[in-house]
Design a protein around this ligand. Sequence first.
Ligand code: NOJ
Length: 545
Amino acid sequence: MTWWRQTAIYEIYTLSFQDSDGDGFGDLRGVRSRLDYLVELGVGTIWLCPFYPSPMRDWGYDVADYCDVDPRLGDLGEFDALLRDAHARGLRVILDLVANHTSSEHPWFLASRHSRTSPKRDWYVWRDPGPDGGPPNNWLSFFGGPAWTLDPKTGQYYLHHFLPEQPDLNYRNPEVLEAMLEVMRFWLERGVDGFRVDAAAHLIEDAHFRDEPPNPAWRPGMRERDRLLHLYTEHQPETHGVLQRFRALLDRYSEPGAERVLIGEVYAPVEVLIRYYGSAEVPECHFPFHFTLVDLPAEAWTAERVREVVEAYEGALPAWAWPNWVLGNHDRPRISSRLGEERARLAHFLLFTLRGTPTLYYGDELGLSDVEIPPDQVKDLPGFREYGGRWSRDAARAPMPWDGSPGGGFTTGTPWLPLPQDFRTRNVDALRKDPRSFLHLVRQLLHLRRQTPALAEGAYRSIPAPPGVYAYERVWGSERLLVALNFSDRPRVLEASGDVLLSTHLDRSGRQRGLLALQPYEGILLRPSSSGGTMEVTTDGEEAI
Ligand code: NOJ
């Protein structure tokens, strides 16, 4: 098994993890000072959200220089020190590659917009106005309004799937691909372990710029952009060619046991998602992030539906492809806000016991909820527009609460976003002292996963269970582990014999024989008895005993 299959990834929203200089923004030295926490937690890989020089219109996802560090977050020397210290502790480091677009202040775009004859003109997607003088077609941007902005000086529109300040690069131009490969080489030479490709599904658009048809399923309350069916702006066949080139470069920098990995950010149903793995002969992503659980509405978190989600993905994957699971990220409401704390604990039990690389979003190990941000203090203006003013992504990006001191241990200054409302009681220090806390649950799950090949590498086998319970086995050689998760708000009874290795409630362990009553939202991990003992999950006994 290679490291990227065994590891757990920890997403660090760099601006919100740890401030080291009192300016209220998280920075690279701050991350470096917290590496021991991550080792203690038991994750093996960190994914750093963008730290490059940026006008911060989209908080770092508008990159003005791919090969440097924003002065607010450090410098290249600080990056090298972070990488060195992470590697010394056995942690891998993955960077965010914002490949689809640059900042409008990137020198490439400044040159491109300078004139129609600029050598960089074709590095971006420029089109003449439509017949009415308006945008060239009906494509919409994520952050509201058309995906096109007119540049009055040269009289053409340029494409942007996100903000007008995030113009889309033109990957049909081979020079652009070469330039991005050069960016990757820059970081690979420094020693990074891979990339998460931002907006990977959007790298190339339809060559004919056809209008997108209306989406008959659109309803008020859905995102404006989803008024259209994205036939021509997502998952275009040529995008795979770009990802194949990214992968080929990473493979050239890989050695057995030291692969450099490519992970794509792709929101798609599994039948589309699996295309991003490429093929065994021509691979693309080591895996594209699988977001079904990130977008699963709270009411769909039932044993039956979650089993379907897992089995649809397991069933769709080619034998050589490796799954992965994600519960949250910096673009979506936190899992504890979506499900409440008890069910969020159960969701993490699922995350770390399924087959596939898990990704943990910083702070979710504390059970953090979304923070409330008054509308006049919203920093994530693009996201606020995307969600029609109902929600902004700031809610899921609060500074990490390390302790109960005024800056939460995050900063000695004024944090750029408010700390979580309950940070005085819900912080790393406080939860460390409570042996049944969310933090201890996640720690124990991660440590068990590292020590137990059946959990890290074993096959997944579904097993029948009473209504409301989802049960499966993880099997590795002669080792067999049972996971049973009660998604219902009532106790459920199973027949099971063996050793309980862990439970969501952290209040049971040791030998278990015969009938086992799972508490509401309780999950257990059990090693069935080896000599003479049996493990069965019956469909009887739905009611509490
Ligand atoms: C996806 C990122 O996760 C999100 O935060 C960003 O706004 C868009 N891509 C644009 O880069």
